[in-house]
Design a protein around this ligand. Sequence first.
Ligand code: COA
Length: 329
Amino acid sequence: MSSKRAKISGVGHYLPDYVLTNAELETMVDTNDEWIRTRTGISERRILKDPDKATSFMATEAAKEALEDAGVKAEEIDAVIVATVTPDYFFPATAALVQKRIGAENAYGYDMSAACSGFVYALTEGAMMIESGRMKKVLVIGADKMSSIVDFTDRTTCILFGDGAGAVVLEETDENGIIDFVQHTDGDEDCSLYQPAGGSMNPATAETVESKMHYLRQDGRVVFKKATEGMADVSLEIMERNNLTSDDVAWLVPHQANLRIIQATARRMELDEEKVMINIDKYGNTTAATIPLCLYDWKDRLKEGDNIILAAFGGGLTWGAIYLKWSKS
Ligand code: COA
């Protein structure tokens, strides 16, 4: 085992231009702006309208920007991990398409399926690849075209999700970087958040399409309760393991599923709201992309040595947290 750490040396993003506002959703389903804002914190979300573009397009754009930000050439990348639940295809992997399009000719790549925890899981794997001493530079991407699996006639889910991608370059360092991580899984046999058809359990048929089984389904109240507990639990767990008090934490980067879940997590961490990255109002829940999109939006405010906690909860059920000390120089 080497004594190396991984640090984030570049951040990139992609957001589609089309803005789907709460006002437009009011014309599509029986809902209203006030309900959506007070129950979720969301005002608008982005939608990838172009029928010829899918998750790999957004992931590729985010990856290119992250490489440029890091000053790293695509050929230097050893591995590409794409966290997504909306891959272009079941196979080939979205990561393989990205690898080709950015010209990462020396990299291998694969997709990570861990829903809203996908980015923290993928970042953990990327960090461990570098800590092992076998890899020097890894591209970690969170990208989801949620509009491809959202039923825009179901008011309980269509208000929540948006499309987007975020990417980071991980590089080897001897100093600050990713210090610790905690990940959990608890197989959700009750399917409180899932896509019923399209897999080997319910392959696509005229009936599955007719019954809208290719759209995501969620028991909102169950997921809300578990997410509120899980995200706060894991954030406190990683603080305790690393002897961090709320004063020591510069930033919480929470998965953006619901403003109330984020606020409950911050409260349990005893963290002031100005230390919490929140952009759910603009983008909604972009699943694997929420955390890197926050890092992108805040990157110019992050300072060398800042203690940062990333925390996520999602379908699976999956949840996890990462503690890193910011160092980009
Ligand atoms: N507009 C207006 N009313 C709506 C609505 C909408 N878009 N969606 C649901 N409602 C109604 C419900 O039908 C219900 O009406 P009823 O009381 O007459 O039955 C009422 O609002 C309350 O519904 P409820 O489901 O209890 O609301 P909630 O406060 O739990 O909020 C969610 C719903 C989906 C916003 C919330 O449960 C949530 O955020 N869950 C977690 C989602 C999540 O994080 N998923 C990603 C994985 S991390």
